[in-house]
Design a protein around this ligand. Structure first.
Ligand SMILES: [Zn+2]
Length: 336
């Protein structure tokens, strides 16, 4: 700005005033010359030009000079004003830059002025507090199932019970005026790893007897008892009402399915007869009783519930001798 004013001043001095000074004119008539006093003496001592034309020319140049000076002053004023405006503007910009700076600290890019305005509003809002909490979480074990070809089909064994694990998270929570704004896990540490639960499933579904292979659907472990038909020839005690000890009033010599209640020999062609709970072993199903041979479910009994069977003997004494046993039962496939 100062340079511009000087240039204006210099132009007047060099071109206009020089012409005024050297071109003639009376200093006394023209009053004070504001610029370049050094030339006055030369003008005083110069040759005389006192005609009116010269006076007019001189007056015109003086007027032009004053205009130029006035223009310089106005320019200076304008530039000064602009300088102060710029100065004030800089003050505002610093304030505006503040959120921009804070944004940069957070590693976020500034998008535009609207974003800046939004952030300014955020900064004017009540402050956000950060806190860190340790939160523990239970890790559930995974259940792993493996098949064992040596284990009977239908049998499930627990190889490993498994146990829960524990993980600890460090959670960063942001709050404003007590209200939670966000939470995120910043780190996690496994305190105790979970131990998987391992189950072993039976993959074996066949067994062989007397050179033949039998396929089975399921293996059951049952409580086995024995009974007789309760007929007069069986030796079963019968009370005064006519009810036998083993079969009560169902002592007509036939099973529930209507088959003659005669014990088999345990072979596949002449199997034993058993009473079952049809909910566990279906009626007419063929089974294999470990130690006793094949048997077919032909009967039911009021005392036979769940995993229990009753094995038919022809004589009450044999049934009595049998007592109560835990038996492994194969429920055979492909027998209807
Ligand atoms: Zn009996």
């Amino acid at each position: 700005m100062f340079i511009i004013v000087n240039v204006c001043y210099y132009e007047i001095k060099k071109e206009e005033l020089a012409e005024i000074i050297f071109g003639g004119g009376n200093m006394e008539e023209s009053g004070t010359i504001p610029l370049c006093g050094g030339g006055n003496k030369r003008w005083q001592s110069g040759k005389e030009r006192k005609n009116k034309e010269e006076d007019k020319t001189r007056s015109r140049y003086y007027a032009k000079s004053r205009k130029r000076i006035a223009a310089s002053v106005v320019t200076m004023a304008v530039l000064t004003t602009l300088f102060f405006i710029q100065y004030c503007r800089t003050e505002v910009t610093i304030e505006e830059e503040k959120p921009r700076f804070l944004l940069a600290e957070e590693g976020k890019a500034l998008v535009d002025q609207d974003r800046l305005k939004q952030m300014d509003e955020v900064l004017k809002a009540p402050p956000v507090f950060e806190e860190k909490q340790k939160v523990r979480e239970i890790l559930q074990p995974t259940t792993v199932r493996i098949s064992n070809p040596d284990l009977d089909y239908g049998i499930v064994r627990v190889i490993e019970e498994g146990s829960e694990g524990l993980i600890e998270h460090v959670v960063e929570i942001k709050k404003r005026e007590g209200r939670e704004l966000s939470r995120k896990i910043v780190s996690s540490e496994v305190i105790k790893p979970p131990v998987n639960r391992v189950l072993e499933y039976g993959g074996k579904n066949t067994f062989s007897r007397a050179g033949r292979i039998y396929e089975y659907k399921k293996v059951l472990y049952v409580n086995a008892t024995a009974y007789c038909p309760g007929t007069p020839g069986s030796g079963c005690p019968i009370d005064e009402r006519g009810a036998s000890q083993c079969t009560g009033f169902y002592n007509d010599g036939y099973t529930y399915t209507g088959k003659k209640a005669v014990a088999g020999d345990g072979s596949i062609i002449n199997p034993h007869i058993i009473a079952v709970d049809p909910a566990v072993i279906p009626l007419k199903a063929m089974v294999y009783l470990e130690g006793y041979g094949f048997a077919i479910a032909e009967d039911t009994g009021s005392a036979i519930k769940g995993s229990s069977i009753d094995l038919l003997f022809n004589h009450h004494d044999d049934a009595w001798k049998f007592g109560r046993k835990q038996l492994k039962v194969y429920l055979l496939a492909n027998f209807e």
